[in-house]
Design a protein around this ligand. Structure first.
Ligand code: ATP
Ligand code: MG
Length: 419
């Protein structure tokens, strides 16, 4: 991307419009951020009731690979981004031939595939969980018979940013059991994953996942989880949000806590450096989130990346002077990036459909909003389902203690288990 797209200018005879592939809640919050800066927006999503489609100037309601739909998105947009990683890479290539597209199809294609993303992390010198790729019956047999086919953590994590530096991947011969079998593609919120305690369970699990390409990952002893969001411009300029400490329940993000000291400072610095080198290695343009495990021995292992804003970054909408969606708008429009500042400690609670189901209707938002520093974000989804992300609640305040007390009070009102 070379050009800057200023809000309010005319591009090809129409008001500067930013396009997004996908109309979920991430697209909706991108649209809100873009509109606040004065851009027009266009969303391509097949669903008439998509959260972003409902609030965008243009909603192109076609399949992601529909040629006419893509042509219309190109026609109305000055630049195009994506809000979910499973947008077909060929669609991004079609768009990219005519308009600036960020992130680019190549980076998205790597993030779409757990095997490829792990290979990228390893190239960047960032340790991954011991794992084996299972795409064929022969690979399955190799793991069942002799797990020395497993790829382990690099012996030396020594790639500088940008790094194609030399690193060594050792065959650790590690036992990958108990492990988690994850489909290489299309997984989210813990879907497409099966825990396998023994070798005997592995073959059955692979059958259950219809023998699609998978990664078997060793189950690691986690002390905590964290994530880091960076934004990188086409000119290589990069900024990051502070490290997020995340609590997952049943494979779904439940709580994110962000304040000074949420993660031990040396680990936090390591996670930020690793994320920057992963983005640099992809020559990434846009917002990227990398998720990490903090192990009980105090070491850091990368889990996965998302080539877009991330649920764990939603606190930034109320606790930072530039949110992850503001950063996405800036990277797409070629505007300067400014290092965001956390101006308040914060805790984010995810609001899943289970809450609506428990209340048999609308939860008591009036009680929640009586709490100091409570910011409610609902995505405009009308039907609640178990595990469905309906919204989130950000709590900000003067001190960590105050934020925690109010977040726990909100959780109690909503029937969310304490954390
Ligand atoms: P999403 O894309 O929504 O973040 P996902 O479906 O891609 O989720 P993962 O991030 O792979 O799933 O895993 C979800 C959660 O399961 C992790 O955040 C972690 O709590 C747990 N988990 C996954 N892999 C491991 C592992 N190797 N060892 C221990 N826990 C794990
Ligand atoms: Mg994850």
């Amino acid at each position: 991307m070379k050009s800057v797209i200023l809000p309010g200018t005319l591009v090809n005879g129409q008001p500067a419009t930013l396009g997004v592939m996908g109309g979920g809640q991430l697209g909706r919050m991108f649209v809100h951020a873009a509109q606040r800066m004065g851009y027009f927006t266009a969303v391509l999503d097949p669903d008439a009731a998509s959260p972003a489609g409902r609030v965008s100037h243009h909603h192109i309601q076609t399949a992601y690979l529909d040629e006419q739909g893509l042509a219309r998105l190109i026609q109305c947009s000055a630049a195009i981004t994506t809000e979910f990683e499973n947008v077909p890479a060929p669609a991004l290539r079609t768009l990219g031939a005519q308009r600036p597209v960020a992130p680019g199809a190549d980076a998205v294609a790597i993030a779409q595939d757990r095997a490829q993303e792990k290979a990228h992390f390893t190239r960047c010198g960032v340790p991954v969980a011991p794992h084996a790729v299972i795409e064929t019956a022969a690979q399955l047999a190799a793991v069942l018979g002799e797990s020395s086919a497993a790829q382990g953590r690099p012996k030396q994590a020594s790639a500088p940013p940008g790094g194609s530096a030399v690193h060594e991947v050792t065959s650790v011969g590690a036992d990958l059991f108990p492990g988690i079998l994850k489909t290489a593609r299309m997984g989210y919120d813990g879907k497409g994953q099966m825990r396998v305690k023994t070798r005997a369970e592995l073959a059955a699990a692979w059958d259950e996942l219809r023998q699609v390409p998978c990664v078997l990952e060793k189950m690691l002893p986690l002390a905590a989880e964290c994530s880091v969001i960076v934004a990188r411009g086409a000119d290589g300029q990069m900024v990051n949000l502070p490290v997020q400490r995340n609590l997952h329940r049943e494979g779904i993000l439940a709580v994110t806590e962000v304040f000074e000291g949420n993660v031990q400072s040396a680990l936090a610095a390591q996670a930020v450096a690793a994320t920057r080198s992963i983005a640099e290695g992809l020559q990434y343009v846009g917002v990227l989130c990398v998720e990490f495990f903090i192990l009980q021995d105090g070491s850091l292992v990368v889990n996965e990346m998302a080539p877009r804003p991330h649920n764990s970054g939603h606190y930034s909408m109320d606790a930072c002077d530039h949110s992850q969606f503001d950063l996405q708008v800036r990277t797409l429009a070629g505007l300067p990036l400014v290092q965001p500042r956390l101006h308040s400690p914060s805790i984010m609670l995810n609001l899943l459909g289970d809450i609506w189901l428990a209340f048999k209707g609308v939860p008591p938002w009036d009680q929640v909003l009586a709490l100091p520093g409570a910011h409610l974000h609902l995505y405009g989804k009308l039907d609640a389902k178990p595990g469905r992300k309906m919204g989130h609640l950000n709590i900000t305040g003067k001190t960590v203690d105050e934020v925690r007390a109010n977040a726990l009070a909100a959780a109690k009102i909503l029937g969310i288990a304490p954390f």
